[in-house]
Design a protein around this ligand. Structure first.
Ligand SMILES: Nc1ncnc2c1ncn2[C@@H]1O[C@H](COP(=O)(O)OP(=O)(O)OP(=O)(O)O)[C@@H](O)[C@H]1O
Length: 327
């Protein structure tokens, strides 16, 4: 008997042709999964569609769209044990990258068909579900600046551009961080509390190599003294993300805790999984094992060679190559 799944599909996510994307997904999944397909609309969001699917007793749910759609669907599934498949079609694809899920339609469908389930942590931020991270300061301003029109024109460059604009207006604020066992006070330019984060979420990379199933949240605080320091700190964090070695600069701090409260003076905007949700204070609590994801069976082995897809490609085996002579 076929598996069944509810597919929640955002027809306006990313820059690709939604009809073609949906046809491709159906062609790949339909033979093995009975799909119950629902499209998001400006009024009916992924959270609502996911909650309705849970009420109907869906045995698994697949979300396809940008990070907004994926996080909203995942948020509705926290604590349900219903497996979630991810087909990422957005601008930044942070969700897939943070969770080690491929971000092409082909490979994502392959993961849904032949992958395995992985139980990961989730969190609640001021009562709202959080899968990736909450950004206070920089990150929030960046998301606000990367508006829809710019995202459509420039894709991920929109975020980078917004980041540079933000650095120009570098601003510090007083912050009080409370965990289960301490209260920390300092002046900072950005505070990020992450459950999971892709390497591109530079401001979450203080500890580097975030662990998504350790039952803990990772806080990174960036506190440069001037604009040049802000740029140097961002660059250092990018290096920590790429190298996997934790940050060492004096103006970057990090810690792990199960519950983290952040208060600021003056109040700062807060971005939760890519959406501005309001201003500080925030109270964030980890939900260990709150989410079940469909992920690839094993980390994909590094390919030694990839040529297919290049324009005008022909590959001819050589008759008299040194290798064939040796054999
Ligand atoms: N049918 C629709 N028509 C117009 N807007 C829609 C529709 N369905 C969803 N939306 C809007 O799409 C937004 C979510 O977009 P999503 O995050 O999935 O894609 P994206 O913005 O392209 O991706 P990214 O966040 O990676 O840039 C929500 O604001 C939602 O209101």
């Amino acid at each position: 008997m076929n598996r069944s799944a509810c597919l929640i599909f955002n027809p306006v996510a990313g820059q690709s042709d939604p009809d073609r994307d949906l046809a491709q997904i159906r062609a790949l999944l339909d033979p093995e999964i009975d799909l119950d397909i629902y499209l998001t609309t400006p009024d009916i969001d992924a959270t609502r569609l996911a909650k309705e699917a849970i009420e109907r007793g869906a045995s698994s749910i697949i979300a396809s769209g940008g990070d907004g759609t994926l996080s909203a669907t995942a948020g509705a599934l926290v604590g349900t044990n219903i497996p979630l498949g991810i087909i990422s079609r957005g601008t930044a694809n942070a969700f897939a990258s943070a969770m080690g899920i491929p971000d092409t339609i082909d490979a994502a469908c392959e993961t849904i068909l032949g992958g395995t389930t992985r139980v990961v942590d989730a969190a609640y931020c001021n009562g709202k579900p959080m899968v990736l991270l909450a950004g206070i300061g920089f990150e929030a301003e960046m998301v606000e600046r990367a508006d829809r029109e710019t995202k459509n024109r420039l894709g991920i460059l929109a975020y980078i551009l917004a980041g540079f604009q933000q650095l120009r207006d570098f601003d510090r604020f007083e912050v009080e961080i409370e965990t289960e066992d301490k209260i920390i006070k300092l002046a900072a330019a950005a505070v990020t509390v992450a459950n999971a984060a892709p390497p591109t979420s530079v401001l979450a990379q203080g500890p580097a190599g975030l662990i998504v199933d350790d039952g803990l949240l990772d806080l990174t605080v960036v506190a440069p003294v001037n604009r040049a320091g802000a740029i140097a700190a961002s660059y250092h964090l990018l290096q920590t993300a790429l190298s996997g070695n934790a940050a060492e600069r004096e103006d970057i701090g990090y810690l792990r805790a199960r519950r983290i409260q952040v208060r600021t003076d003056p109040p700062q905007k807060v971005v939760l999984d890519g959406e501005i949700i309001g201003t500080t204070p925030v109270d964030i609590e980890c939900v260990p094992g709150g989410l079940t994801l469909l992920v690839p069976q094993v980390e994909e082995a590094q390919q030694k060679e990839k040529l297919e897809g290049l324009p005008n490609l022909t590959i001819e085996p050589k008759q008299n190559s040194i290798l064939s002579e040796e054999v």
